[in-house]
Write a protein that binds this ligand. Structure first.
Ligand SMILES: *[C@@H]1O[C@H](CO)[C@@H](O)[C@H](O)[C@H]1NC(C)=O
Ligand SMILES: *[C@@H]1O[C@H](CO)[C@@H](O)[C@H](O)[C@H]1NC(C)=O
Ligand SMILES: *[C@@H]1O[C@H](CO)[C@@H](O)[C@H](O)[C@H]1NC(C)=O
Length: 314
């Protein structure tokens, strides 16, 4: 059932992307023949980044790779086209309890396809005339299930209990250390996984430089970017399988309460972090994919939200 669904979605994505790519080339041709003044809204509210993602797994086998990626850094209050399937700037501000602008770092959909393992909301605080990066919200989506978890973190450095089955080659134990810089001419996102048995066994990092975007057509810049990310994910899964790394079943079959467990681990993690002054925990376990935000969700600095997989994975 799942395999048939996967096959159908690969075929339909290929057909849709091929047709939309044809349309895109016609549109570009049209604009070459009949140049128009570019709308400034899009270029003013979106910064473009070009960079590299590194993955390194040290145990049980060593496996590392890197690939180039392109990201958009979108001012959510100013963009004329809000990216679909993401938080609104006000929702992000309510969660992060900030009062300034909210930017979303994401790979936008290209020719009808979306694939975004990690997006990050950068929530700024305004005090007088200065705006500083205060909080971030990570949005992690797993493949092929398409489940999503969103959680709040402190960009300077934070540790959260692993909340999602992101890879079929990792169990649910361990915690994620995450940090990111304030995006400027370049940006860095570092994530490492500490596991009770495997130790410090996995690191992922994104390093990207801002590209001057005024003359770039965004549809061309991001053309097939999500498709490449999906290919890398499946290709490296195949290689890990080839290296005999044990395939781990989704925790929903063996431990349906894995989300509550993650929150409980996160609570004890927060208690043990001496620097976490006044840190508190709150979270939601959601069944539906579109749920309302409770205003009391967000006590202090802990917030998680899960969005379940779509049919047929559920
Ligand atoms: C991110 O990780 C890389 C490689 O592990 C390291 O060189 C770099 O200093 C880290 N950057 C930040 C901001 O943590
Ligand atoms: C993270 O998880 C590991 C393994 O479960 C544990 O040893 C460590 O104390 C945890 N906390 C932090 C802050 O790393
Ligand atoms: C966390 O929040 C709960 C309920 O809101 C409260 O009872 C508890 O004292 C808080 N803990 C800390 C460490 O602030």
């Amino acid at each position: 059932m799942e395999a048939a669904y996967l096959l159908c979605s690969i075929i339909s994505t290929t057909l849709i992307s091929f047709s939309l790519s044809l349309l895109l080339s016609f549109r570009l041709l049209f604009h070459c023949l009949f140049p128009r003044s570019r709308t400034t809204d899009e270029t003013a509210s979106v910064a473009l980044y070009d960079g590299t993602v590194w993955h390194e797994r040290r145990r049980p086998v060593h496996h590392s790779f890197k690939y180039s990626v392109r990201y958009a850094f979108i001012d959510l209050d100013r963009t004329p086209h809000s990216p679909p399937h993401h938080l609104s700037p006000q929702q992000a501000r309510d969660i992060a309890q900030t009062n300034g602008p909210v930017f979303l770092l994401t790979i936008p959909p290209s020719v009808g396809y979306e694939q975004n393992p990690l997006s990050i909301y950068y929530c700024y605080s305004k005090e007088g005339s200065t705006t500083t990066l205060n909080k971030c919200i990570a949005e992690v989506t797993n493949t092929p299930w398409g489940e999503r978890v969103q959680f709040l973190f402190n960009p300077n450095s934070d540790v959260v209990a692993k909340p999602l089955h992101v890879s079929p080659f990792m169990d649910m134990l361990g915690n994620w250390s995450i940090r990111t810089t304030t995006p400027g001419d370049n940006l860095v996102v570092n994530i490492s996984v500490k596991h009770p048995k495997l130790g410090d066994y996995f690191t992922a990092s994104l390093r990207a430089n801002r590209v001057s975007s005024s003359s770039i057509d965004h549809a061309v810049f991001f053309w097939l970017m999500p498709h490449k990310v999906a290919l890398w994910i499946y290709w490296h899964a195949l290689k890990l399988w080839w290296k005999n790394v044990v395939f781990i079943q989704h925790p929903r079959y063996g431990n349906p309460s894995y989300k509550e467990d993650a929150m409980a681990r996160d609570r004890s993690l927060a208690c043990c972090q001496a620097f976490a002054v006044g840190r508190n925990e709150s979270g939601q376990v959601e069944k539906s994919s579109e749920s309302d935000f409770d205003s009391d969700v967000n006590k202090n600095n802990r917030w998680f939200k899960w969005t379940d997989a779509k049919w047929p994975w559920c």
